[in-house]
Design a protein around this ligand. Structure first.
Ligand SMILES: Cc1cc2nc3c(=O)[nH]c(=O)nc-3n(C[C@H](O)[C@H](O)[C@H](O)COP(=O)(O)OP(=O)(O)OC[C@H]3O[C@@H](n4cnc5c(N)ncnc54)[C@H](O)[C@@H]3O)c2cc1C
Length: 458
């Protein structure tokens, strides 16, 4: 951008305008995944909707792509791009809970930690991610999977409305009543349709939960997976549970001589009556010997920050994802081959259930295209040392290749890598054609293309 355009932008906004050569540029261009090293033309740290509008208009005038940044957790680093204008919402973190209507307005830069903190005070919650530092924006627009999914659906299923700055700089509110086609597309279409400056969600009564993590021997993992697969199909919806591989970190609840060993784990979150928790968890405890466990009553925000220490900002990330209809014996065999080789304490594989309330919503009621799957599986490679990139990426790719024959072609867009472009249609699934038509209506020039991109229909 030339100096005049930068000066114009500065005169229009209250937030910071940061360009190459500015002192804060290197810090401001960083995103959560340290593997991403992009040099945007300008980073606009917005303070309000007016700043967002100004940023989108300037990007239009200057012919720059907009890279929208909410929480900055995108693994492929979509919150930044070379030569783009970054619309960074990280300073827009206002939240207003309305306990009377059980809804909340949360600005586009909030994290799930911000959100859960604010709603917990009212004994209310909605489905969010399992790490507190993830942004609500990217996570919700792609779907939103977490501990409460079986009970309350995806995060986006709880959206009531959204404030959006469109590609031409205009501002609209989208809901079932207003701009309903846009509202449909936002729920599963990722950041393709505009900058969401504020989200309104439905809330549910959730305050204290019983949950935590159980570790089992690797040799018992197939038994644990089979139990999980059978039980989760019809288990009460107040049960959130997912299977994981995990190298034991040096935590006090794990025997010292087992620190650094690889285990399989069940991560549990029961929102029903606390006295029922033992009975509800019994099938897992009976599946195999529990080597160590940290399970008990806790505030809901606590389970959503329990694993934060394993995934600090600044790790190298490479992830792949698949949707799965059932954990077949073939799939279990593939997991047993690659899961025990999980290469780093930060890396994991999670098999999240997306049955229950997710499947109450009609497959074409929102843009999310995979409501017929039972699981969303993520192979999440995360490690600190760039020198280990090749070995870790290889593990993710080999694992993915082994799972692919036992999975749907598509994977959850929020867990997909940036080399997944050949799977874009499959990742968006059954609603892809409609998404392309709506992309042509709302963003015909594909200004919002730094994402799992939906090309406008011709
Ligand atoms: C450690 C970690 C844990 C995770 N855990 C979960 C989990 O439990 N459940 C789950 O479902 N996913 C999870 N994810 C994946 C997560 O959903 C995606 O990484 C998501 O994109 C993060 O959103 P963000 O706002 O932080 O990301 P950003 O990098 O800021 O944005 C990601 C994408 O979203 C779009 N976007 C962001 N903000 C806006 C906005 N305001 N308006 C329009 N578009 C916007 C952008 O186009 C960008 O392409 C996790 C990711 C990480 C790294």
């Amino acid at each position: 951008m030339n100096e005049k355009a930068i000066a114009d932008l500065k005169s229009q906004v209250r937030g910071d305008v940061i360009t190459p050569g500015d002192k804060g540029y290197d810090g401001a261009r960083k995103v959560y995944n340290a593997m991403i090293d992009k040099r945007p033309a300008v980073i606009l740290r917005c303070t309000d909707v007016a700043d967002v509008i100004a940023g989108v208009e300037v990007a239009n005038r200057e012919g720059l792509a907009d890279a929208i940044r909410g929480g900055g957790h995108s693994v492929p680093g979509f919150g930044t791009a070379d030569d783009a204008l970054v619309v960074d919402l990280g300073r827009m973190r206002g939240i207003r809970v309305d306990p009377a209507s059980r809804t909340v307005w949360a600005e586009g830069g909030c994290t799930w930690g911000d959100f859960n903190h604010a709603t917990y005070a009212f004994g209310l919650a909605t489905t969010g991610g399992i790490i507190s530092t993830t942004g609500i924006a990217g996570l919700t627009l792609g779907g939103g999977i977490g501990h409460l999914t079986r009970g309350f659906g995806l995060s986006m299923d709880n959206l009531v409305s959204a404030d959006v700055v469109l590609a031409d700089g205009s501002f609209v509110t989208a809901s079932d009543q207003h701009n309903s086609d846009l509202f449909w597309a936002l729920r599963g279409g990722g950041g393709n349709f505009g900058v969401v400056t504020s989200f309104q969600y439905r809330l549910h009564e959730v305050k204290e939960i019983v949950g935590g993590v159980m570790l089992f021997e690797v040799e018992d993992a197939a038994k644990v997976m089979r139990t999980y697969n059978k039980y989760i199909t019809g288990a009460p919806r107040e049960l959130g549970a997912f299977f994981a591989w995990q190298i034991a970190p040096p935590l006090p609840f794990i025997p010292k001589d087992r620190h650094g060993d690889t285990f399989c784990a069940m991560v549990l979150c029961w929102t029903g009556r606390p006295e029922q928790a033992d009975k509800i968890f019994a099938p897992f405890r009976d599946a195999a010997r529990v080597v160590a466990e940290f399970v008990g009553p806790m505030p809901y925000p606590a389970i959503n920050s329990m694993f934060d220490g394993l995934v600090p900002s600044g790790l190298q990330h490479y992830w792949k994802a698949v949707f799965v209809r059932d954990l077949t014996e073939g799939a279990i065999e593939a997991h047993m081959k690659f899961g025990p080789k999980v290469p780093a304490v930060n890396s994991t594989v999670h098999i999240y259930p997306i049955n229950g309330a997710v499947q109450d919503v009609a497959p074409d009621a929102t843009a999310f295209g995979h409501r017929d799957a039972k699981y969303a599986t993520v192979i999440a490679g995360m490690w600190p040392d760039p020198a280990q990139n090749e070995a870790n990426i290889r593990w993710v790719k080999d694992y993915y290749a082994a799972l692919a024959p036992h999975s749907e072609k598509g994977g959850y867009i929020n867990f997909a890598a940036d080399d997944d472009t050949d799977r874009v249609a499959a990742n968006f699934g059954r609603n892809f054609d409609q998404l392309r038509k709506l992309k042509a209506k709302y963003d015909p020039d594909n200004r919002f293309r730094i994402n799992q991109n939906i090309m406008p229909a011709p």
